[in-house]
Write a protein that binds this ligand. Structure first.
Ligand code: ARG
Length: 682
């Protein structure tokens, strides 16, 4: 059951009867919404005001017309008009009870219907550059993409996930260079992943050392000098007599001061990086011996791309080890993909893409490079460089072509860091010019994970945090919490093995949930303490709520499945369902809504599908975390106010157990759609 969809449907018909054009209805129906405040009922229809404006009629009159025309008596109490023309809708208790009873016997889908209009989605997420250690940023793409994939699929859409690995970039030039100069063969034979990682890090450090020393530091120093000069000028200037101008001048000085101190701290960091190499004699020696390493790494990469047999062979040899590394992380996260077609897969199609673009008059030469010029952009999209090399954008165009031919999607979603926005804007514009007009192309952008200092999350040693270490730490901390809680019980419930198992689910769940619960477009501060808190909008609290509901069944000696069976059989007696056609089960297993808390819980339970619709509407999983938090809160109210095992009658006890059971299953399903597993006890 989707209450909102049902109400919109009914109001849609009422608008039709009022003579509103079909093209205008969706926009108006968007104003039928759950109410923010229970005193205005459960839902509100605020369509009369905009409609009044359009028709030049008093909104209250229109509201009265709509109330007369809206055929909702089966599910709503008589409608009320408030203020200038708000229509307040309160759901009928008997209808709610019937609907929530139906949901409670829906073992598979907890009352969520599949979409009537399935679409085909290709989801491009995770997509790390392999051969570099994965870091915290990759978690966001992986976790958000996986949640969207699960939710779309649950709603009945066709979903295809494709991990567009960066398996063809400069990082391989680094490893190849490292292999040719620094390899430790026995180590490579023993632990290839570790040795390749060491080579990557070593070469990367050397490349960055030269870049930092020769380019970055001089650039920052120049900006500081310029800033200081400007600051001195501002300070020397006579104070303006006008108070407002004086205030502005002072503000400008403060701003500049702030910028300068930021630049100085950047400079310190860069000097620190350089010193780390120079204070380490063997590294310093290597830096001197490999002064042109940046150039030579590019050369190795170009050789690989040009088909040089040695480098291609080395790439073939290294790739499996790199994949093994990321597989381990995916396994731990419980994530898998339908396809993993990395950048290398498209290499022999790129020439054809550029040729086709040129033949169609979309790409032309400019300064030796081949470019697609797009209206509204200062810079063109380069598809082939002067030296013949193809680019990230060229591969992405080839990828669109392949996906369209192969899977005919209605939408392709790219879950990628917001810093790539310009790339995707240009890519989508170019793809449309190229002829792919009927597909929804979406960049599902996300913000940066920050440390306490407000800068991109890093460990104290200054390197970006490796993903495996991050997961380990969350699990370790979860283990400490679980052990502590369990030890505080009069009689501990969990064996050591249980504790480990629970800690893994809680630790991983905490990280995922923190990522999903933040609005994806904002940056957020990574904090183990916050994400593992037992109260508030965290996975830990959700998992705890779930376990708490389940513990009732342990106490009741009632097993939840037998409850479901009780609800589902004997064959449901069909009660008349005037509009829905969904049959309520036999009366003896009906849910009764005898208190405001039971009613509020029932409404929340029935709103699960609305939350999922909201996620899909703007591809934001935080609508689902928000919903689950609301549901857990409604449950908590219910639990505090309504005795379950000691209910006044058997009927009420059964009804409340059914509510508990549906709550547990809805929490479980919701968490599952976020890729988070529950635990029975914690
Ligand atoms: N490998 C890229 C990176 O780590 C992300 C790829 C995203 N997907 C795409 N089709 N461009 O930055």
């Amino acid at each position: 059951m989707n209450i909102l969809a049902t109400l919109r449907n009914r109001f849609g018909r009422a608008l039709g009867a009022l003579g509103v054009a079909e093209s205008e209805t969706p926009e108006l129906l968007a104003m039928v919404l759950p109410s923010q405040d229970a005193k205005f009922g459960d839902y509100q229809a605020n369509v009369a005001m905009p409609l009044g404006k359009r028709l030049g009629q008093p909104p209250r009159e229109i509201a009265a017309e709509l109330v007369r025309l809206a055929d909702v008596a089966d599910l709503c109490e008589p409608l009320e008009i408030a203020g200038p023309g708000f229509i307040n809708l309160r759901l009928r208790d008997d209808w709610l009870a019937q609907q929530v009873t139906v949901a409670s016997v829906d073992v598979e889908r907890v009352g969520v219907a599949q979409t009537a209009t399935p679409r085909t989605f290709v989801l491009d997420y995770s997509s790390p550059n392999v051969a570099k250690p994965m870091h915290v940023g990759h978690i966001r793409s992986t976790v958000i993409g996986d949640a969207l994939y699960r939710i779309l699929r649950f709603l009945g859409h066709r979903t295809i996930s494709d991990n567009h690995l960066g398996d063809w970039g400069t990082q391989f030039g680094m490893i190849i260079y490292g292999y040719k100069h620094f390899v430790d063969r026995p180590a490579l034979a023993r632990k290839p992943v570790d040795e390749l990682t060491r080579l990557y890090k070593l070469v990367n450090t050397l490349v960055e050392y030269h870049e930092t020393a020769n380019e970055k530091i001089p650039a920052v120093e120049k900006r500081i000098a310029d800033g200081e000069q400007l600051l001195a000028k501002l300070r020397d200037a006579a104070m303006p007599a006008d108070a407002k101008a004086a205030k502005q001048a002072a503000k400008r000085v403060r701003q500049l001061d702030g910028q300068l101190s930021e630049l100085r701290s950047d400079l310190d960091e860069l000097l620190g990086e350089v010193a780390a190499v120079e204070d380490d004699p063997p590294m310093r020696q290597l830096a001197v011996e490999h002064a042109d390493i940046g150039q030579r790494v590019l050369l190795e990469t170009a050789l690989l791309h040009g088909g040089d047999p040695t480098n291609v062979e080395l790439w073939r040899q290294f790739l499996p080890a790199c994949l093994l590394e990321i597989e381990t992380v995916y396994k731990r996260l419980g994530v898998s993909f339908d396809h993993t077609l990395g950048e290398s897969f498209y290499q022999d199609r790129l020439r054809g893409v550029v040729k086709d673009l040129a033949d169609k008059g979309l790409a032309r030469e400019s300064d030796g490079a081949i470019c697609v010029f797009l209206d509204g952009y200062d810079v063109p999209m380069i598809v082939q460089k002067q030296d013949g090399a193809f680019l990230y954008a060229t591969t992405d165009l080839a990828t669109i072509q392949y996906r369209m031919r192969e899977w005919h999607p209605d939408a392709i979603l790219y879950v990628v860091d917001h810093r790539q926005s310009l790339h995707f804007d240009q890519l989508f514009t170019a793809a449309r010019l190229w002829g792919y007009r009927d597909v929804e192309l979406q960049h599902i952008a996300f913000g940066t994970v920050l440390g306490d200092d407000g800068k991109p999350f890093k460990t104290r040693s200054g390197t970006s945090v490796g993903l495996a270490g991050l997961l380990d730490e969350a699990v370790e901390r979860a283990y400490a919490i679980v052990s502590q809680n369990d030890a505080a019980r009069p009689e501990p419930l969990l064996s050591e093995e249980d504790r480990r198992h629970v800690a893994e689910r809680i630790g991983i769940g905490a990280i995922k949930y923190a990522d999903l619960a933040h609005n994806r477009t904002s940056d957020y501060v990574f904090s183990y303490d916050k994400m593992l808190a037992m109260t508030g909008n965290t996975a830990t609290y959700m998992q705890y709520s779930y376990a708490r509901v389940r513990s009732i069944f342990a106490k009741a000696g009632a097993d939840a499945h037998s409850l479901e069976r009780a609800g589902a059989s004997p064959p449901p007696r069909v009660t008349s369902a005037p509009h829905g056609g969904e049959d309520a089960p036999a009366r003896s297993n009906a849910i009764l809504l005898s208190t405001p808390q039971e009613r509020a819980l029932a409404v929340a339970l029935l709103q699960f599908s609305e939350a999922l619709d909201r996620v899909v509407a703007d591809y934001r999983p935080n609508h689902l975390t928000g919903y689950l938090f609301e549901l857990a809160t409604r449950y908590s109210d219910f639990f505090e106010n309504c005795p379950v095992l000691r209910a006044e009658s058997d009927e009420l006890r059964m009804s409340r157990l059914l509510l508990c059971d549906l709550t547990a299953r809805t929490l479980q399903q919701g968490l599952n759609l976020l890729g988070i597993e529950v635990v029975e006890r914690m």
